[in-house]
Design a protein around this ligand. Structure first.
Ligand SMILES: Nc1ncnc2c1ncn2[C@@H]1O[C@H](COP(=O)(O)OP(=O)(O)OP(=O)(O)O)[C@@H](O)[C@H]1O
Ligand SMILES: [Mg+2]
Length: 503
């Protein structure tokens, strides 16, 4: 149980009070209080850009606070000068954005910087591989430790990050949205592991935008709003509506707004499609329809999305858009055919991190803003970018801000805007609200529904079950690259879907 803001907690292992931080003169944290006891699972929640990652990056020595009343870790000073020192003091963090080296193997990534040595002082590869395999077994992830990390799905990479953090055997483990690419089954395994760490007396900071998880897993909660601590207390004293009010300062009703639309004509037909990770998939989808795709990690949903978009070559089958067969050899072909794709991995595939919001949003759609002769109508481009900035409530210093300086959820909004800027006929959304806060999710859902009402055909791939059940007109289930179940909206339940997903 956390004491009132400002009062020290004598039992805390980590105690931060009055923490201030600004970037380029803009205040991001103001007088933040945060504390945690041994054996406590503390949720840290707040809207996108509230300052959660920034606060935890201060704890792990990646950045330093501008000012603080006190910062203590196990009785001594916290506020480490480097990540290495924080690690040596027993603090580990799983970062929000994937931080793995794609060309190294799973085992090499897990052991990076702490490789076991043989007596001759060489890297003990056998042990490196054995340790990695043991950690992955603990997470029940039978991933081949010799595979290059870049060939894994985002969810699998997230598991590798988690395994890497576990290998440090830290006293405090900070998890910044560890489940945002995991499905229910993998999340349940992770929660078991976290409860095990709690039982060993370790402290856990758990950051997530899936509010259901806070109630399942966490003991206490700290809420940040606009860089200030607005609530601290036990989870048991809260309900979801109150938590949301603390986070966004107002109530949000109808979190997953379903919009019933009269079914339009068939827009997309996928016939016997096989591709990398996809086997003989057939379905159709109409304009004004949201078709949800469920499945466990590695079921082939992302691969299917890529095949339909032209980012992964078809081995068999045909794809028609508005009755016309489309030949897809390259994502460009997908765009020309009116198919847009919002990738799951915004960092690697979606956005150019060092470029501005404006460039990222409009790059793929620049042709639309061109006069004959190739002159870009900057005013039109600007107006389009401004419209999406407002519609998605992107929180940034301006449209010139570099994408890498945005919080994770705001990056996701930019990635979504980039695809919609193309005015597609079919849009494939792969985890569209990964890392997006409850208020902004509601805005994005509203926008998806508007697009739906406008006759767009939407394929929604999501590992967030309430989102999938809440928004979809139909749900298709995948397992092992195949379609294994089809449910109409009224028939779909979490249990029925899971049975097909594991089957
Ligand atoms: N290096 C940086 N330079 C400039 N601004 C930054 C930098 N890092 C973070 N910020 C800003 O600080 C604010 C807080 O960001 P932070 O990443 O801590 O938010 P968050 O609570 O983790 O959000 P999310 O839920 O989206 O991950 C944001 O407005 C962000 O744009
Ligand atoms: Mg963050």
């Amino acid at each position: 149980m956390a004491p009132a803001p400002g009062t020290p907690d004598p039992d805390a292992i980590l105690d931060l009070r009055g923490v201030d931080k600004a970037f380029n003169g803009v205040s991001v944290l103001e007088g933040v209080d945060f504390s945690l006891r041994a054996g406590e699972i503390m949720a840290l929640i707040g809207e996108n850009g509230a300052g959660k990652s920034t606060l935890m990056r201060i704890v792990t020595g990646i950045i330093t606070a501008d000012r603080a009343t006190t910062m203590t870790w196990r009785g001594g000073p916290a506020g480490f000068a480097t990540p290495r020192r924080a690690m040596d003091a027993g603090i580990a963090m799983i970062h929000q954005e994937l931080n793995l080296l794609p060309h190294l193997t799973v085992a090499e990534n897990i052991g990076l910087g702490r490789e076991p040595l043989t007596r001759l002082g060489l890297i003990d590869r056998a042990r490196l591989r054995r340790d990695a395999a043991a950690l992955l077994a603990r997470l029940r992830q039978p991933i081949d430790v010799d595979r290059p990390v870049g060939t894994l799905s985002v969810g699998q990479q997230q598991m590798v990050e988690i395994a890497r953090a576990l290998s440090l055997d830290a006293r405090l483990l900070i998890m910044d949205e560890p489940t945002d690419a995991l499905t229910d089954v993998e999340t349940a395994v992770l929660f078991e592991v976290i409860r095990g760490l709690k039982a060993e007396g370790k402290g856990i900071v758990y950051i997530s935008h899936r509010l259901g998880e806070i109630f399942t897993l966490c003991d206490s909660v700290t809420v940040l709003r606009d860089g200030r601590t607005v609530h601290r207390g036990p989870v048991a004293e809260l309900d979801e509506a109150t938590l949301i009010r603390h986070m966004v300062g107002r109530a949000i009703t109808d979190q997953y707004p379903y919009l019933a639309c009269p079914p339009g004509p068939e827009r997309l037909a996928v016939e016997g499609v096989s591709a990398e990770g996809v086997r003989d998939v057939s379905f159709t989808a109409a304009g004004g329809e949201i078709v949800g795709f469920a499945g466990l990690m590695g079921a082939g949903r992302t691969e299917l999305g890529k095949a339909i978009f032209g980012a992964s070559p078809l081995r068999a089958g045909r794809i028609r858009v508005d009755g016309q067969e489309v030949r897809l050899r390259h994502p460009r072909d997908g765009i020309t055919a009116g198919i847009a794709y919002v990738p799951e991995d915004r960092k690697a595939e979606g956005l150019i991190q060092p470029h501005s919001i404006r460039t990222n949003m409009s790059l793929a759609a620049l042709a639309r803003f061109c006069r004959p002769g190739g002159v870009i109508r900057r005013a039109d481009e600007r107006a389009a970018v401004d419209r999406f900035m407002a519609a998605f409530a992107v929180r940034a210093r301006g449209i010139g801000a570099e994408v890498r300086t945005l919080s994770g959820g705001n990056q996701q909004k930019v990635s979504l805007a980039k695809a919609l800027m193309l005015s597609p006929r079919v849009v494939i959304l792969d985890e569209p609200t990964r890392g997006v806060d409850v208020g902004a999710r509601r805005e994005i859902y509203g926008l998806i529904n508007e697009l739906k009402a406008g006759g767009l055909c939407i394929l929604l791939m999501s590992s967030d079950m309430p989102e999938l059940l809440g928004l979809s007109d139909r749900i298709l289930v995948m397992a092992g690259g195949r379609l294994t179940g089809r449910f109409a909206r009224g028939e779909a339940t979490q249990e029925a879907i899971m049975a097909r997903a594991v089957g």
